[in-house]
Design a protein around this ligand. Structure first.
Ligand code: GDP
Length: 361
């Protein structure tokens, strides 16, 4: 299962955001996550389509899409040289698939700032430089190793060395690995390095109640744009507080401060775009479920996700788009009307497909 890491300087609001995203009253067995590590949580996002689907199919239960989030504490200036939690912290980042980079935009005197003042542009650069320095270390280590092989005349090693030198130059000029142009063969080299600055980043401007007026979030948005990335503006503190409120009251409070509601959905939408994920739906009498899968997943692989037996005995997938299904009173009726299509193993699942797998038990 893929996961996203929350990264940022101390006191930027990482843990507060982590709590706002992952604390919930859901049965843990439905949304598995690592209970041993308190820094790993699960973001569960209501897929509204399930309400309708469960109603049509008479499903008892609903299982919404979920995604793992890791609160990665410990980054300070000098982390790449072992300051703070140093390497341990950077190792944690290397294990996540994407990064939410929390940037402090709230000015509160009784919450100290590790650099002495609130300055989003500087903070973004401090974090990015640490990640790039760590990457440079990784690239240099590989260059040392490959250079020896290249000397023996090994063509592959020479190709890799040439690319690594280009990558090194790119990082040294202060640019993250993700912005380096590459061909397919070079991509393979990059993938083998697990570089931190290669991971997709979404910037999170954590503002306070007056933050929107101070327009510090605009700096974060501008810097995100310059990096071909996206930004989310939140007030992590208020989001934590409204979790306990009924939906309407939460919405009212957030809009009084000028914030959009639906924090979790906004985050999942960003995750889906950054990692190219989609949701498909299934429904039985037992449960209606929304599954988060990579774009391009075939019916065969999707079957395997549900159960290895379904994949092993795969016969075909019955598929109808959710919107299309709404014209009928049930999947069965849609099937009888000829609206459900039959597909083989290679069918590529699309966002919002409602799928029923036929398989030899
Ligand atoms: P971390 O070190 O990045 O994990 O930061 P924390 O989440 O522990 O937050 C540090 C302090 O800042 C805590 O006292 C939070 O209550 C406070 N804080 C976090 N986010 C916000 C925010 O959006 N607005 C305000 N006013 N305070 C915040």
């Amino acid at each position: 299962m893929k996961k996203a890491g929350i990264v940022g300087l101390p006191n930027s609001g990482k843990s507060t955001l982590f709590n706002a995203l992952t604390n919930q009253n859901v049965p843990a067995e439905k949304y598995p996550f690592c209970t041993i590590d308190p820094n790993v949580g699960v973001l569960v996002v209501e897929d509204e389509r399930l309400n309708k689907l469960a109603q049509l199919e008479g499903s008892k239960d609903k299982v919404h899409p979920f995604f793992h989030i890791v609160d990665i504490a410990g980054l300070v200036k000098g982390a790449s040289k072992g300051e703070g939690l140093g390497n341990q912290f950077l190792d944690h980042i290397s294990k996540v698939d994407m990064i939410f980079h929390v940037v402090r935009c709230f000015k509160i005197d009784d919450v100290s700032h590790p650099m002495g003042s609130v300055d989003p542009a500087r903070d973004i650069e401090v974090v990015e430089i640490e990640l790039m320095l760590k990457d440079l270390e990784t690239v240099n280590r590989r260059i040392e190793k490959i250079a020896k092989q290249a000397k023996t005349g090994d063509e592959n090693a020479r190709f890799e060395l040439y690319f690594l030198e280009r990558l090194k130059h790119h990082l040294e000029s202060g640019k993250p690995a993700r912005t380096l142009e590459r061909n397919e063969q070079e991509q393979i080299v990059l993938d083998s390095l697990f570089l931190l600055s290669e991971k997709p980043v979404i910037y999170v401007a954590n503002v306070d109640e007056w933050g929107l007026e101070q327009e510090l979030d605009k700096i974060v948005e501008k810097m995100a744009k310059e990096r071909s990335s996206e930004a989310i503006v939140v007030n992590a503190q208020v989001e934590c507080e409204v979790r306990e409120l009924p939906f309407d009251e939460a919405k009212e409070l957030l809009s009084a401060y000028g914030f959009e509601e639906g924090l979790k959905k906004r985050f999942l939408d960003h995750i889906k775009r950054a990692l190219r994920l989609i949701c498909f739906l299934t429904a039985t009498k037992n449960e209606a479920r929304s599954w988060l899968i990579p774009e391009g997943t075939t019916a065969y692989d999707a079957a395997g996700l549900i159960h290895s037996d379904i994949q092993k005995g795969f016969i075909k997938a019955e598929v109808i788009a959710f919107e299309e299904l709404l014209r009928y009173s049930s999947f069965k009726e849609a099937r009888e009307a000829g609206a459900v299509k039959f597909h083989g193993k290679d069918y590529v699942i699309r966002e919002g497909d409602v799928v029923h797998f036929l398989f030899h038990a």
